[in-house]
Design a protein around this ligand. Structure first.
Ligand SMILES: Cc1ncc(COP(=O)(O)O)c(C=O)c1O
Length: 422
């Protein structure tokens, strides 16, 4: 169909182009150039037989007939704003299918609950976003599902050994990696983790799926499915939403891989809503422009910070030491260094707080990937619930400040940082 056109004159169309129209037929909406907001909870069936057939498909009671599309039923199951958004998200990742959720945490928890049963293990890297850590270490254990972590700084052999320990504790239901990790920017090797998952083919149910949280670099600068991931999860609140005005999440993968996730989303009601879907469609039109500018600004800001006497160290993917294992992973799986920088100021929490409180343009707020620059203190904010001993072990240090660089003029950002560090 014309509105699902991916090629012109035999050439693939670029994602930037597809974001303006892919998946949307204006003829179905009075010729409206933009996708309207389908602010409705439910959809009228043409006949009772149609309604029954739509439900049969949604419930997986039969496979679709040649050319048959899932009909619209009810906005907990499907809605045009969410379906068009899901189609456009697949474009950036080269995924077969996508599902959108009310938040990144709704996406991660629904995906994990669709995979793991009581007595099973989720293997993950630490540090990881504080909300995900809480889910894995405090919430899922109440349902008999245990998170077992490996340090983001571990060597490949150490990760393999830790996975053997995890397997001895139970069936490994999923491997979840967040790369780069929030807030340290540790890179985890996606292809190697897939290889490790493949060493567990003899457990019941076979090798566990590899799930990658692509929030920090996706969808422009890292495409985990191409490196072997089975599922990609997102907080769309960050770069994809990009304007700090919504909360949403997504799961992407093959149709088969996301089928159980869709089933559980339908049951739990963790989907997004039409208005948020519409805001995200607007955001996707400028995604590449915003991320590109933010990435350019981040390089300038990171260079400035790395040369400042009050800064002990900067964690920025554009500064990885040539020939180091991290630089090797970067070369194989990243297309850009991102715009989230870890800054270790000289001193401890007091010095970090003084720096944060003196910023004038960069706003003191958690989150990242928005048009405006934000700065926060992970140990005291997003990761506050991580026990002190784990904070020390995984590098959540008191002098660590995280800066998400936005699309302001880089000179103004540097001036703000200079006066705050003075
Ligand atoms: C890497 C990462 N994953 C997931 C989340 C959770 O997303 P949300 O806040 O949209 O639930 C966050 C939030 O900061 C994050 O940084």
């Amino acid at each position: 169909m014309e509105y699902h056109r991916r090629q012109l004159a035999g050439r693939d169309l670029h994602p930037q182009t597809l974001m303006m129209g892919f998946g949307y037929d204006p003829a179905l909406s009075e010729g409206s150039v933009k996708v309207p907001i389908f602010q409705t909870s439910t959809f009228v069936f043409r006949s009772a037989q149609h309604g029954k057939e739509f439900f049969e498909l949604m419930s997986g009671l039969r496979t679709p007939r040649e050319g048959e599309q899932q009909g619209l039923i009810y906005s907990r199951f499907n809605n045009p704003d969410l379906e068009i958004l899901e189609d456009r998200l697949t474009v950036w990742e080269g995924a077969e299918a996508a599902l959108v959720f009310a938040s990144g945490m709704a996406a991660i928890s629904t995906a994990l609950l669709s995979l793991a049963k009581p007595g099973e293990i989720v293997f993950f890297n630490a540090p990881i976003y504080g909300g995900t850590e809480t889910l894995l270490m405090k919430v899922l254990p109440r349902f008999g599902i245990q998170g077992v972590e490996f340090p983001g700084s571990a060597t490949p052999e150490e990760i393999a050994e830790r996975l053997r320990e995890a397997r001895a504790m139970g069936r490994v239901a999923a491997i979840l990696i967040e790369t780069p990790a929030n807030p340290t920017n540790d890179l985890i090797d996606i292809a190697y983790m897939k290889e490790l998952a493949g060493t567990l083919t003899d457990q019941p149910g076979g090798a566990p799926p590899l799930m990658v949280d692509n929030t920090f670099l996706g969808p422009l600068w890292q495409k985990p499915l191409a490196n072997g991931a089975d599922l990609v999860v997102y907080s769309l609140t960050k770069y994809v939403g990009g304007h700090s005005d919504l909360v949403a999440g997504a799961v992407l993968g093959s149709r088969a891989a996301i089928a159980p996730v869709r089933g559980l989303r339908n049951a739990l009601g963790t989907m997004s809503d039409p208005h948020t879907g519409w805001l995200l469609l607007r955001s996707l039109e400028t995604l590449e422009l915003r991320m590109t500018r933010a990435g350019e600004n981040a390089a300038i800001v990171a260079d400035f910070l790395a040369g400042h006497p009050e800064v002990e160290r900067v964690g920025y993917l554009g500064h990885l030491r040539r020939g180091s294992p991290q630089a090797d992973i970067f070369r194989r799986q990243c297309h850009g260094a991102g715009s989230t920088i870890s800054v270790y100021v000289r001193g401890g929490e007091a010095e970090a707080f003084r720096f944060l409180d003196r910023l004038r343009l960069i706003k003191l707020a958690v989150s990242l990937g928005g048009t405006e620059s934000l700065a926060s203190h992970p140990a005291g904010m997003t990761h506050i619930a991580v026990p002190e001993e784990r904070k020390r072990r995984f590098g959540l240090l008191p002098n660590l400040v995280r800066i998400s660089v936005g699309i302001e003029h880089a000179e103004d950002l540097v001036e703000d940082l200079r006066q705050a560090l003075a």
